[in-house]
Write a protein that binds this ligand. Structure first.
Ligand code: DLL
Length: 433
């Protein structure tokens, strides 16, 4: 039986969702106009005032906000409240530039917790569950976000944070954890470590996992589900919009429901900014509807995906987003061809490899090179050079068919590629150095 945390809103008729969105949008725009001079100036430059925004039909009139704006306005430039009314900050890791800092009032935290509670409930969580949070705690939003949601659901919350893998497994067993929250790459690593310890899915009580914060393929989902003996649910979010829980998967596992009473989603052409039909593939843009401290209108996520409004068997009525295939900034352009790391992952997992790989991009004589280092699993490990070469050629053919360009494949021994406790580092682009 499908469970909902807030059924009246999660399953509300479309007209009701639209009514809520229209009402909240007007207030949010007014709040930003009154309290955020940085964005007000953008509106003025575009010749738009709050009076021009009468419903979500007028959304397209508002200017976009980009990560560059957030960096520009760092640290306080986009604050929508007095600092004395804020109670928390979180921050992105800043791997692709200066950190972005997000602010929260108590009201913002409360709504964020609701979003995460919806996700945990959709994964089957109740107050009977023991929920182990193995996302990093701290400035990263994963740990404290799911933590707040778990409290709201009434789960017994185990705040292990990431790392100390053997201890994580001990807690899962000793405390009888039924729900695990972490990045998919860390879930895969936990499974790998369990195997080494001689533990199988029947040795642990887990029944569900809530995995997100990075792109992961369907093939990886199947692997994790089999190794841990669970149903694995995807969860999406970004620091700028609060953190995890902007969208989450239900039992249908056919895309993630976007919490439309808190966020409006649009799909745009990343090159021209033109609004595309929702079911077209493009860049996801979000407008927050009820944030106080860090309201963002038309924020460009750089995540590439598409939306569907097809009826979902779970009964929820909120629009669903497909798994993002990665950020537009993750997309590699190799010899003029667009390559997403997730495409490479799909080929590797389809050929029986685990998601332990690294993509190394370089440039030799003005030509891009693509080298995929893939770990052999312990079962397939061999030092017979002929066998290794045959396996490499098989993968090279698979990659050529998927990407349309040639990649070099180097098979390496098990456990030589570094494991990640948080978001995995898949790409090393030496062209940028
Ligand atoms: O990763 C928030 C989060 C924590 C989401 C825990 C889910 C679970 P950031 O560090 O700001 O926030 O990174 C946000 O990560 O724009 C996407 O590119 C990517 N991302 C997040 N969730 C998914 C997902 C957190 N389920 C950026 N699938 C986003 C694919 C994801 N990519």
């Amino acid at each position: 039986m499908e469970r909902y945390f807030q059924p009246e809103i999660e399953c509300a008729p479309r007209e009701e969702i639209l009514r809520i969105q229209n009402e909240k949008l007007l207030k949010q725009v007014r709040h930003v106009w009154d309290r955020v001079p940085y964005y007000r100036k953008k509106m003025e430059d575009k010749g738009v005032t709050p009076e021009d925004i009468k419903s979500i039909e007028d959304l397209h009139k508002l200017p976009f906000l980009s990560k560059a704006d957030l960096r520009d306005a760092y640290p306080y430039g986009l604050l929508g409240m007095d600092l004395k009314d804020c109670v928390r900050i979180h921050s992105t890791s800043g791997t692709t530039g200066k950190r972005v800092v997000a602010y929260y009032t108590q009201h913002d935290l409360d709504l964020w917790d609701d979003c995460c509670a919806r996700a945990i409930t959709a994964a089957g969580g109740t107050n009977e569950d023991v929920c182990q949070i193995s996302y990093g705690y701290g400035l990263f939003t994963g740990g404290l976000g799911l933590h707040g949601g778990s409290h709201k659901v009434g789960c017994l919350t185990v705040p292990t944070s990431s790392g100390s893998t053997d201890r994580q497994i001990m807690f899962i067993q000793d405390l009888q954890a039924t729900i695990l929250c972490c990045t998919p790459s860390y879930a895969a690593f936990l499974g790998e470590r369990m195997k080494e310890m001689g533990l199988g899915p029947d040795d642990i009580p887990l029944k569900a996992g809530i995995f997100g914060a990075e792109a992961w393929s369907e093939e990886m989902r199947h692997d994790i589900e089999a190794t841990l003996g669970i149903k694995a649910f995807d969860i999406y979010g970004l620091t700028e919009l609060s953190g995890p829980g902007v969208a989450f998967e239900c039992s249908a596992q056919q895309g993630m429901h976007i919490n439309e009473d808190h966020f409006i989603a649009e799909i745009i052409d990343p090159d021209t900014g033109e609004v595309l039909p929702e079911d077209a593939q493009g860049e996801l843009v979000f407008t927050s509807l009820d944030k106080e401290a860090f309201p963002l209108l038309r924020y460009r996520t750089r995540d590439i995906c598409q939306l569907t409004r097809e009826k979902c068997s779970c009964g929820r009525t909120h629009v669903r987003m497909a798994k993002p295939r990665g950020r537009s900034d993750d997309m590699l352009i190799i010899r003029g061809v667009n390559v997403f790391p997730s495409q490479i992952e799909t080929v590797l997992l389809n050929h029986g490899y685990a998601a332990n790989y690294q993509i190394i991009v370089g440039r030799v004589n003005n030509t891009d090179t693509l080298d995929v280092q893939v770990e052999m699993t312990p079962e397939m490990f061999t030092d017979n050079l002929g066998d290794v070469e045959a396996k490499q050629h098989e993968l090279m053919d698979g990659l050529k068919a998927m990407l349309g360009i040639k990649a070099k494949v180097s098979l390496v021994a098990p456990k030589t590629i570094p494991r990640s406790e948080g978001k995995a580092v898949r790409v090393i682009d030496n062209r940028k150095i």
